[in-house]
Design a protein around this ligand. Sequence first.
Ligand SMILES: Nc1nc2c(ncn2[C@@H]2O[C@H](COP(=O)(O)OP(=O)(O)OP(=O)(O)O)[C@@H](O)[C@H]2O)c(=O)[nH]1
Length: 334
Amino acid sequence: MSSNTANNATILLMGLRRGGKSSICKVVFHNMQPLDTLYLESTSKPTTEQFSSLIDLSVMELPGQLNYFEPNYDSERLFSSVGALVYVIDSQDEYLNALTNLSMIIEYAYQVNPRIHIEVLIHKVDGLSEDYRMDAQREIMQRVGDELLDLGLEGVQVSFYLTSIFDHSVYEAFSRIVQKLVPELPSLENMLDNLVQHSSVDKVFLFDVNSKIYVATDSTPVDIQTYEVCAEFIDITIDLDDLYVEDEKQQSSNSVRSKKRELRSISNLSNGSILYLRQMIRGLVLVALIRNDEIVNDVSLESLITVIDYNVNNFKKSLVKMWQNARIDHPTNH
Ligand SMILES: Nc1nc2c(ncn2[C@@H]2O[C@H](COP(=O)(O)OP(=O)(O)OP(=O)(O)O)[C@@H](O)[C@H]2O)c(=O)[nH]1
């Protein structure tokens, strides 16, 4: 693999004012409570944040009030270096203006950078009934399609997601957006599929600990409840780990174990399923859900965990190797 590409993938977050861009950034990347976003001030300058995970990601937010096409704003350089354009539409507001703005941006972005991924968040759907959500999605997709057709851009791929900061939908959307920027995704998915097949695991995610975005999962469909349970298990494990380390410090100041040791945690859920977590590299953890009816006693559980441990060890070794050879999908404008 070539190694001369920059270790960076940029996601550009755009949309009209008060659409929810800053809130999304704060909730997903800074663990802000969704209700606290009510008091966020309008953003007036572009802001960029860097995140180091399997890939080094920057999320750049462009304020809704900025005119990107005024001559002294270097939009060309901006769009040409971006991996994904995420456009946020406030579904609770009148969105026709947003759709016109979106098609204009797509036209420009695509011209400057045909490899750009165009992702549309139909946001704040928590305020809409189930029926209305579907109608809004259908209407927005139809209108965007029509506008692109008028512009002669019918071949441009646009993905749509229904999102809200009040549930896990925004994490799910960002997971899928980030995954498109991970060039090793097919190999990762393959490795996770192997793990599932050989370990009696039902679902496995590779999570970024800080954001709870999953950078890969096996190829079985993701159901949002499984995602939620697995994501919450990360927080619980980390909280307990902190307690444990504190406790150890008190008991013996001479033998404080390094917090750097690998995190590993297993928990039985009341419905008989098991959650399994192991720390990987670069702020990633692997979380697996095991719904195994064959676990009838502690002995069968123990042998199952031994197999999983072994396979996860191998997965981690492959991940380390993959990472050493990694390069990042950094779109350039040739
Ligand atoms: N109901 C609901 N409100 C949301 C959601 N996301 C954001 N908001 C609210 O929308 C308002 C505007 O959010 P901001 O994040 O400031 O919007 P912005 O797009 O960054 O706005 P500018 O900085 O002006 O460009 C805030 O009061 C948020 O609490 C959501 O998913 N559902």
